[in-house]
Write a protein that binds this ligand. Sequence first.
Ligand SMILES: [Zn+2]
Length: 316
Amino acid sequence: MKKLFIILILVLAMLVGCAGKDTVNRKEASATKEDSVQHFEQQGPKDMETGSYVEMTEDPGKAEEDTSEEYSDTRGQQSTTWKSLSDSEEKTSESGKKRTGSGNRQFLVVIDPGHQQEQNKGLEPVGPGSSEKKQKVSSGTSGVSTGLDEYQLNLEVSLKLKEELEDRGYKVIMTRETNDVDISNVERAQIANRNHADAFIRIHANGDDNRSVHGMMTLCQTPHNPYNGKLYKKSRALAEAVLDKAVEKTDAKKLYIYETDTMSGINWAEVPCTIFEMGYMSNPREDEKMSTDSYQEKIVRGVADGIDAFLQGRKK
Ligand SMILES: [Zn+2]
């Protein structure tokens, strides 16, 4: 009986010892994680300001192995970072802008104004690890009536969207703020990935041989996308919200959500992503409309409502 009691005590002591160690290990692990996040955040924005989008520590091949567990883990890291960010801003900020996010966390939206002044005919893999390659940046379309280049229209609307989202309290990062850049579609997705964007929105305008075709559509991956099919539900929800709200604000014709796994900028995204095709530059009426300030304002308010609905479940 006495022996049994001693064995029981020994077993209990061992159990307590293990639990203690485990806590210490976990503490160490989370400290390292936080350190790396801080370091990462310090590099990110600096890199953005200089306009040199040098690839940082992230391994692009990661997307395929990314599990949903890692995904929620990323949310946790981000939460810590944004919290400390808004804390420091509170002390120095004069604008007193409200913060849009859950609790102390500020949501981050990455906006990609599609195309650029000069196309880049170089090739890059259509998805992480893919042998199939696609042009880095295509030339885009142009207005049949206005003669406006798509890259310029995309930038104008994107800059207005940036302002609208910032007014609503979001943090916004642009993949480009001028036309004279050379950033491939894969690199654009990587900007969204390394900043852990809550939403990655790519602004484009459409073109068709048939000049009567007009209206808005959004794009996202299919549920079977070999690179990021696990993000389908979120991307689809973002694509739906943006399309619905943009149509609501503009009275444009609602086309459909085009699900495709052929877009490098979507395939490389490790965050919820949609391409928003705001209208047809091949349709003279829509082309003219899209070039006006007032219509662009309606578009960005609609897209921002869509982002609100997606990120905060707000009904507008
Ligand atoms: Zn385009």
